[in-house]
Structures are given as structure tokens and as C-alpha cells.
Design a protein around this ligand. Structure first.
Ligand SMILES: [Zn+2]
Length: 343
């Protein structure tokens, strides 16, 4: 009798544990897909993207167009479609738009690259994950500016994030809201591709829930040599308290990186909030987070090469962005821009 009682108690306890376990797994479905973002794949992608073949990806030049084709071919192979007609992955950014605004002028037509995962419940609400694909081309010495960190790192992070979302879709676990993967051109000429996109959006800006932008997320700066588990976040609390809180919560739950807000300070002389593509979204009151690992001696030099990237940290940062996007895309209500300026 005693034995039977014990056996029953044991069964009850173990079945409780099982429900707990399956609950946890269900809740942490994001974990499964985040883990498909790996330093190995990031390494393979970035070694190609920051290679000689793309000649430093100068806006409108052959190397940049080859880089755009590389991104298109990746999405096409992964079965991630363009949101545009005829599955056209390119949004042309005309020279006539760029040249009056550009630093140097004399630019050729260029292109943003766009890929899309349609939301299962609220497809009209869009989360934009962005990174600039262009760089400086060749230096005056004719040496190639590889731009592995700037911004090959952000570019390949987006590819891996897109692949993770696609795998979730294939398992019937796709995001409730839609995700636009936006590789902008002309950043190095003055944030031109993102300016063009926000003025000529594929989806209405009013339906754009948030922009998560990456620009240089592959290195460890001098300040963080002792604790490389970090990332600078800029802008997260400027338009939406909720976005900032989500970002913090998700980080604590999954990664526990040290989130460094030094550059988020309005008094910081670097003014990074105004210096990458997210700012064009913020101008339209779209809440943004800018992810950045800081500058280094190879910044805007031919020595910004793929062998100097810290791939473990790039993986962590890409996963953080994935988890944040996952939460924004799947939570019940759209995040509120409580600090938006009045129109
Ligand atoms: Zn950059």
C-alpha cells in the first residue's frame, strides 16, 4: 500500500514537472530559433561580404551592386521573399535624390535591399530591422576599405536574424507582426538610403512599429576589453518607454549582456543618435534602438577586416536583436510611442 502511495505521489510530481517543462519550452520558443544564429555562420557570411570581391561597397559602384546581389541571392535561396512586386528585392535610390544631399556628389543610382516576413495576425504592422550595406570603396592609396565591422557586421547579423524568423515560419511559429529586413545604401554619403526609404516607404510609416538598427556590432572597444559581453544601446528610451523596457527585460532573460547607455546621453559629444540610419525613422516618430559596439583604430581604414571581428560577441548581439524583435512582433499590443513629438 505504502509503495502504491509513493508511486502515485511520484507520478503526480513528475507529471507536474513535465507540464512545467513543456510550459517553459513553449514560452521559450524564441530560444530555439535564436540558437540558429551562430558565430560560425556569421563568420562564413562576413568573410564573403567583406572580401575583395565587393571592393569596399562604395555607394552606386560595381562592388556595392555585387554586395546587393549577394544579399538578394541569400534571401532568394532561403525562400524569404521581397515585399515588392515581381519579388524585386531592390528599391532603387536614384542618383538625382542622393547627389544634392551627398557628401561627395557624383554618385550613380544605387539600391536598398528589402526582404520580408509576413505577420500571421497583424501583417499590416511592421518591424524594420536595418543595417547599411554600403561602405567607402577604395582609399586614396587604392587599398580596399573592407568595412567588415562597418557595416558588414550589422549586415550579416540581419541575414542570420531573417533566417531564424524564416525557420519559425516553417514550423508554424512565425511572428504575429511583419518584419522588414532593410539593407540601406548611401549611409556613408549621409544616411541617404534610409532617408529615401522613410520618404518613400514600402509600408506606411504610421504602421511601422519600431526600427532596430545595427551599425558596427562586431568589435570590442578599449573600454570593454575586460568585459566583452556588452553592447551600446542608443535611442531605446527616446520615443517609447515600452521599447526600452522590453529591450532590458529580454536581455536579462536570455543574454545578460552589459547594456551600455553612455552614448545615449543627450550631452554626449559624439551625437551617435543622429549619426546612423535609425535617425531617419525617429524623425517620423518611429521608436528606434541603435546597436553599436563602439569605435576602434580600424574605423574607416582598410584595416577594418573580417579577421578582427569577435564572432562570439557578434552572435550574442545578433541574438539580442532577434529576441527584441520577436517580443515586439509577438506581444499582444503594439508598443506605444509615449514620448513622440506632436505633429
Ligand atoms: Zn557605418
Amino acid at each position: 500500500m505504502k509503495k502504491i502511495v509513493f508511486a502515485i505521489i511520484f507520478l503526480i510530481i513528475s507529471s507536474c514537472a513535465l507540464t512545467q517543462e513543456s510550459k517553459r519550452k513553449n514560452k521559450d520558443i524564441a530560444l530555439k530559433y535564436a540558437e540558429t544564429i551562430t558565430y560560425k555562420e556569421l563568420n562564413v557570411l562576413l568573410t564573403s561580404f567583406a572580401s575583395d570581391e565587393f571592393e569596399g561597397r562604395k555607394t552606386g559602384e560595381d562592388g556595392q551592386k555585387k554586395a546587393a546581389n549577394f544579399l538578394r541571392d541569400f534571401y532568394s535561396k532561403e525562400g524569404i521573399k521581397s515585399p515588392q512586386e515581381n519579388n524585386n528585392y531592390f528599391q532603387i535610390v536614384p542618383a538625382s535624390f542622393m547627389n544634392p544631399l551627398s557628401r561627395q556628389g557624383g554618385l550613380n543610382d544605387s539600391e536598398n535591399v528589402v526582404a520580408f516576413i509576413k505577420g500571421s495576425e497583424k501583417p499590416d504592422e511592421i518591424i524594420v530591422i536595418s543595417a547599411h550595406l554600403d561602405h567607402l570603396g577604395r582609399a586614396y592609396t587604392r587599398a580596399i576599405n573592407y568595412g567588415a565591422d562597418d557595416n558588414g557586421s550589422g549586415t550579416v547579423a540581419i541575414l542570420e536574424i531573417a533566417q531564424a524568423f524564416k525557420k519559425a515560419v516553417e514550423d508554424g511559429k512565425g511572428p504575429k507582426r511583419s518584419i522588414l529586413f532593410l539593407h540601406v545604401t548611401g549611409e556613408e554619403q549621409g544616411l541617404l538610403g534610409s532617408k529615401y526609404y522613410t520618404e518613400n516607404p514600402i509600408f506606411p510609416i504610421k504602421k511601422t512599429v519600431a526600427n532596430l538598427n545595427t551599425d558596427m556590432i562586431g568589435r570590442v572597444d578599449v573600454k570593454h576589453q575586460k568585459n566583452p559581453n556588452y553592447i551600446y544601446l542608443i535611442g531605446s528610451d527616446k520615443l517609447s518607454t515600452e521599447l526600452h523596457d522590453i529591450s532590458e527585460t529580454v536581455n536579462k532573460k536570455y543574454l545578460n549582456l552589459s547594456l551600455d547607455y553612455s552614448y545615449n546621453d543627450d550631452d554626449d559629444p559624439n551625437l551617435y543618435y543622429y549619426r546612423s540610419d535609425h535617425y531617419n525613422f525617429a524623425e517620423f516618430n518611429v521608436p528606434v534602438i541603435f546597436y553599436f559596439s563602439g569605435t576602434h583604430i580600424d574605423y574607416h581604414e582598410p584595416s577594418d577586416t573580417s579577421d578582427k571581428i569577435n564572432y562570439e560577441q557578434l552572435e550574442n548581439r545578433a541574438r539580442l536583436i532577434f529576441y527584441t524583435a520577436w517580443e515586439i512582433a509577438n506581444r499582444k499590443d503594439r508598443i506605444v510611442a509615449d514620448k513622440a513629438t506632436k505633429e
